[in-house]
Write a protein that binds this ligand. Structure first.
Ligand SMILES: *Cc1c(COP(=O)(O)O)cnc(C)c1O
Length: 426
């Protein structure tokens, strides 16, 4: 991209942003929560909408001059409702974590209990990790996998815990679980104990609207919340969807004025653009390719002898036990792969024997590489590059692997970024 004004006004920042562009073009992005947005979404994000204050909701604002912003937010809302097939959407959460907090506070009194997935079994920080504020506000209790070889969740245990603990919210959702949850059974359990059924689909939203994974609303879930920037491939942000308009009223009030201030209107516009992209037939092909790519990446790693938690994947991500696979901690594996331009993150595995700072595994996912147009053949090549990097006995081989990574990355451009003529990819 060309930063004409920025380069003149602040060359220091412009240069660093150029560096990041170069890193993205020449590297292979396997962070399961990352993606590349379209140039159209980029334009919406970097726009005059930043200049507005629009506290409130369309038609009910605290500031004048909302002729255009009201229409933009209403279109975002309507597109979100159509995508997820529900009665209500709040598109104002600044990110996923605020969407989680606003949902909890809308539906459960402080001090009440929330039943969510065990964090080391795939649950997210925002589902009550001890370091979070919400863990001090709510009493979090857990369900987990009964078998890490298959990823099976013990729904009998979940029902038992729900009967005993009487949660106000039964929370589905994860950021490191490679299988699907049984939303029907979870809905039944929530109904039995009088809990709201809430799904946090931050990671898999794109796979749901791309018709590859189940939509929790089809099982009767009350609320589905998500980020908009992961597999959904939109701007950074969050949103909260409600099956019924009456629940949506509680959510709206909780997001504003109870929790957030003004919406970030350029992100609301960019969400609208992303929802239109996600409604196209091509997005169904994209979502299917994400999963096909993940299955190939997982299968090829396993052929090379890697140990995957649950022995594979049904979605876009996989969790690899790097200690068993290559005798490297997750932290060391992450650093070694950084050196060759393959980006992923260290991650805890179920019943983690090491520490959160240097756990036993790495997580990887395919949404970003799939956006670049890579398919099964490239995934097999990526798996091979990872395996060779992590099993190398000698650092001398790393520069050669780095060249191969650049060669592969070069063939698949990043949307919206082109290198100026003469810029080398070294
Ligand atoms: C990423 C994620 C979040 C948090 O989203 P942020 O935009 O980083 O705040 C919440 N829940 C789940 C399940 C996630 O994967």
């Amino acid at each position: 991209m060309y930063y004409n004004h920025l380069s003149a006004a602040d060359p220091t920042i412009a240069k660093l942003m150029k560096g990041e562009e170069h890193r993205q073009i020449t590297g292979l992005e396997l962070i399961a929560s990352e993606n590349y947005v379209s140039p159209a979404i980029m334009e919406a994000m970097g726009s005059v909408l930043n200049n507005r204050y629009s506290e409130g909701y369309p038609g009910r604002r605290y500031y004048g001059g909302q002729e255009f912003t009201d229409q933009i937010e209403q279109i975002a809302i309507d597109r979100a409702k159509a995508l997820f097939r529900c009665e209500h959407a709040n598109v104002q959460p600044h990110a996923g974590a605020p969407a989680n907090i606003a949902t909890y506070l809308a539906l459960a009194e402080p001090g009440s209990t929330i039943l969510g997935m065990e964090l080391a079994h795939g649950g997210h920080l925002t589902h009550g990790h001890p370091v979070t504020h919400v863990a001090k506000i709510y009493n979090f209790v857990r369900y987990r996998m009964s078998d890490v070889e298959t990823g099976r969740i013990d729904y009998d245990e979940m029902r038992e815990v729900a009967r005993r603990e009487k949660p106000k919210i039964l929370l589905a959702g994860f950021s490191a679980y490679p299988r699907e949850l049984d939303y029907k059974v979870m809905r039944e359990i929530a109904t039995e104990v009088g809990a709201w059924a809430v799904a946090d689909v931050a990671h898999i939203a794109g796979l749901i609207v791309g018709k590859q994974l189940a939509n929790p609303f089809d099982a009767g879930f009350d609320v589905v919340l998500t980020t908009t920037h992961k597999s959904l491939r939109g701007p950074r942000g969050g949103m909260i969807l409600s099956r019924e308009a009456s629940t949506g009223k509680l959510i709206d009030k909780s997001v504003f004025p109870s929790f957030q201030g003004g919406p970030i209107m350029q992100m609301v516009a960019a969400k609208a653009v992303a929802f239109q992209e996600a409604a196209r037939p091509e997005f169904v092909d994209y979502a299917a390719q994400i999963i096909a790519n993940a299955k190939t990446l997982a299968a090829t790693l396993m052929e090379r002898g890697a140990r995957l938690i649950t022995n594979g994947t049904d979605n876009h991500l996989m969790l690899v036990d790097s200690v068993s696979s290559w005798a490297l901690s997750g932290g060391v594996a992450e650093k070694r792969l950084d050196e060759v331009g393959i980006t992923l993150n260290k991650n805890m595995i179920p019943d983690e024997p090491r520490s959160a700072m240097d756990p036993s595994g790495v997580r990887m996912g395919t949404p970003a590489l799939t956006t670049r147009g890579m398919k099964e053949a490239e995934m097999a090549q990526v798996a091979d590059l990872i395996h060779r990097t992590l099993s190398a006995k000698d650092d001398n081989v790393l520069p050669g692997i780095r060249e191969e990574v650049i060669g592969l990355a070069k063939r698949f451009p990043v949307p919206g970024i082109s290198l100026p003529a003469g810029d080398s990819l070294a």
